[in-house]
Write a protein that binds this ligand. Structure first.
Ligand SMILES: C[S@@+](CC[C@H](N)C(=O)[O-])C[C@H]1O[C@@H](n2cnc3c(N)ncnc32)[C@H](O)[C@@H]1O
Length: 214
């Protein structure tokens, strides 16, 4: 497919998927506040909801909250007893995400840990926490570290999803070799070859890596 036809396919899917008013509002608030417009793609948001529901996940760990778009998608797949731990560097982003999670009815089911995700992950490990579902969507240079922590914190059968594995084409471009690109290439390789995982890569939008922990 050409770049134009890929764009058309995504536009077609987005029109069919029809984001609901809350998801539209989240994106609008992010825009109005001048925050980065990098919420998960609508089709993958829907996939997150499906996967959480399908796997009957109870404990979800999100790395990178932004304005709560993916948080709402994850929450929609959870049972009322389920819980999301969300790691976010910026306190104001986490606060906005919390507001949106509250509007969605998940305010009591989410906990935000502010600061470098790597520190929060070490803390979660020390606390002996375990999770059924991971959504990795923060600074790309740390993706390998996040993957190792996810495997350590995973219950058997847990799902790990990692967003933006194509880095808007940089992953495929041999002239691009910065630290984030190299980290994501190695992350992708491990997601599909690490013997502790069964994984695959979905190339739509900016790419989503998916793996199950054996
Ligand atoms: C792509 S956005 C997350 C989008 C969100 N998952 C969604 O789909 O709605 C990445 C987020 O990761 C956060 N972030 C970046 N570096 C981080 C770090 N070192 N530790 C924790 N969060 C970080 C950013 O502040 C930003 O909110």
């Amino acid at each position: 497919m050409t770049e134009q036809s890929l764009h058309n396919a995504e536009q077609y899917m987005d029109e069919l998927l029809q984001e609901d008013p809350l998801l539209i509002q989240i994106k609008q608030t992010i825009r109005e506040k001048g925050m980065p417009e990098v919420s998960v793609a609508p089709g993958y948001g829907r996939l997150l909801t499906m996967l959480v529901q399908l796997t009957r996940a109870e404990q979800v760990l999100e790395i990178g909250a932004l304005g709560g778009y993916s948080g709402v998608c994850l929450g929609r797949g959870l049972p009322s007893t389920g819980h999301i731990t969300s790691l976010e560097l910026q306190a104001d982003y986490a606060e906005l995400a919390r507001q949106h999670m509250t509007l969605a009815g998940f305010g009591e089911q989410v906990e935000y840990r502010i600061g470098e995700a790597i520190h929060s992950l070490e803390q979660l490990k020390q606390e002996g926490k375990q999770f059924d579902f991971f959504f990795i969507d923060a600074d790309k240079g740390n993706y390998l570290n996040y993957l190792e922590y996810a495997i350590t914190l995973a219950r058997p059968g847990a799902i790990i999803a990692g967003d933006n594995l194509l880095l808007r084409g940089r992953t495929l471009n041999p002239d691009k070799n910065g630290p984030a690109v190299q980290a994501v290439r190695e992350f992708n390789r491990r997601m599909v070859t690490d013997p502790r995982l069964t994984g695959t890569l979905l190339p739509a939008y900016d790419g989503l890596a998916l793996a199950m922990v054996k």
